[in-house]
Every structure is written in structure tokens, then in C-alpha cells.
Design a binder for this molecule. Structure first.
Ligand SMILES: [Zn+2]
Length: 223
């Protein structure tokens, strides 16, 4: 139930960072934020724990056409030309599988640097922002040099054919590595079968492939 975000019994609030994370990750996240602050970087957690129920609502909104669907280059897809299978593919590409999402574990956070950029800058969460000349370039190099000291790594640092690169997405290895091992096709199937997810028959029929591509195809922690 914890692996698929159907309960929140593994989650605690971190008021200093205004987020909710796995109980075992909270101290490491606070320590990393403190160390970053000493270098003039103000870590802001833009996304942390997400429940299955909330993710399922987003999935269903996309499936029903109430939310935009994008292709690999970020262009909006024309709904009329999409069959159900293509819709499922487009949703998976950008939002991964509900229940199979690392944010359910509470080990994963999306972060930006509030001290970077002009006053009132609204983070877009794009790879360009974290590139050499991007607004979060300083944060990026600090993370590369320091995040592993606090147990964090980037599971989506490269395009491995599944989830697109997300340099803002960090994962707490001591809990996330065993969680990934435990989130088998069977565990995921059980969560999806019992949910109100639109298109769940399509997803269940392809679950081994989807699991390999969108859950397992991630980078491992360095070293
Ligand atoms: Zn994320």
C-alpha cells in the first residue's frame, strides 16, 4: 500500500521545507537544504509525496481530454488523431504510471533554487533551466558535487526510453533502491486493478512492458 501511495503511513511533514516525505528521508533532506543554503542556494521543494488517489485523478483528467497531452518534444497532441492506446502512451511519457510513480514512496522530491533567477521567476521544470546557461545551473553543479553525501541521486538523469530526463527530480537512495526492488509487476497490477483508473484494462494488458520502461528504466545511485 505504501509502494503505490494508497496509504501515507510512511510519510511525515517537514514544515521547514513545506513538504511531506518518507520518515527516513526527512533528516537527510533538511541537512542537504542547510548545506545548500551555506552556498547561497535556497532549496524549494515543488513536489514531494503524492498519493495514488491524487495521481489517479490527474491521469483520468488527461485520459478524458480535460488536460492537455504532449508529445516527446512538448508539443500538444491533437486528441482527434489519438486512439486509446496512443493516449495511454502519451500520459505515461509525461506523468509515468499512477501507482508506479516514485513520488508515492516519499523518497523523491522535485527541487529548484529560490535564490536563482529574477524576482518572481516561475520555475518551468525544464532541462534547459538546469543546463550550463540555465537559471538553475548553480543548483545543478552543486547537486552533482554534493547530493550523494546526503544519500540523494537522480533517477531520471538521461533519456532511457521511458520517463524523459528530469534534472530537478531527486531520490533518497537508502529507501528508494529497496522500494524499486519491491515494486514488482504483481504489486503494481494489484493496485491498478482495484483502482478507478481510466483505461486500466489497456494498462494491465501491457503492464510488464510498461513496468520495464517507466518504472525500472532509471539510473542507479552512483558508486
Ligand atoms: Zn518528480
Amino acid at each position: 500500500m505504501q509502494l503505490t501511495g494508497r496509504v501515507a503511513s510512511h510519510i511525515v511533514e517537514v514544515p521547514e521545507l513545506r513538504c511531506t516525505v518518507h520518515a527516513a528521508a526527512a533528516a537527510a533532506l533538511l541537512a542537504m537544504a542547510t548545506a545548500a543554503r551555506e552556498q547561497g542556494i535556497e532549496l524549494i521543494i515543488v513536489s514531494s509525496f503524492r498519493s495514488f488517489q491524487r495521481q489517479a485523478a490527474i491521469w483520468n483528467g488527461k485520459y478524458r481530454g480535460e488536460r492537455a497531452l504532449l508529445d516527446r518534444t512538448g508539443r500538444a497532441l491533437e486528441r482527434a488523431g489519438l486512439d486509446e492506446q496512443a493516449s495511454v502512451d502519451a500520459i505515461l511519457l509525461w506523468s509515468a504510471l499512477r501507482g508506479g510513480r516514485r513520488h508515492h514512496w516519499g523518497t523523491d522530491v522535485d527541487i529548484v533554487d529560490r535564490a536563482a533567477g529574477p524576482e518572481g521567476y516561475r520555475p518551468q521544470l525544464t532541462a534547459a533551466e538546469f543546463a550550463a546557461r540555465g537559471v538553475f545551473a548553480k543548483l545543478d553543479s552543486w547537486l552533482v558535487a554534493n547530493m550523494s553525501r546526503f544519500g540523494f541521486f537522480r533517477p531520471y538523469s538521461r533519456d532511457l526510453g521511458g520517463v524523459l530526463p528530469e534534472p530537478w527530480h531527486l531520490s533518497y537512495a537508502p529507501v528508494a533502491v529497496p522500494a524499486l526492488e519491491s515494486l514488482t509487476v504483481e504489486v503494481l497490477a494489484e493496485a491498478i486493478a482495484g483502482s478507478g483508473l481510466c483505461g486500466r484494462e489497456l494498462v494491465l494488458a501491457r503492464l510488464p512492458e510498461i513496468h520495464a520502461r517507466y518504472v525500472k528504466a532509471v539510473d542507479a545511485p552512483a558508486g
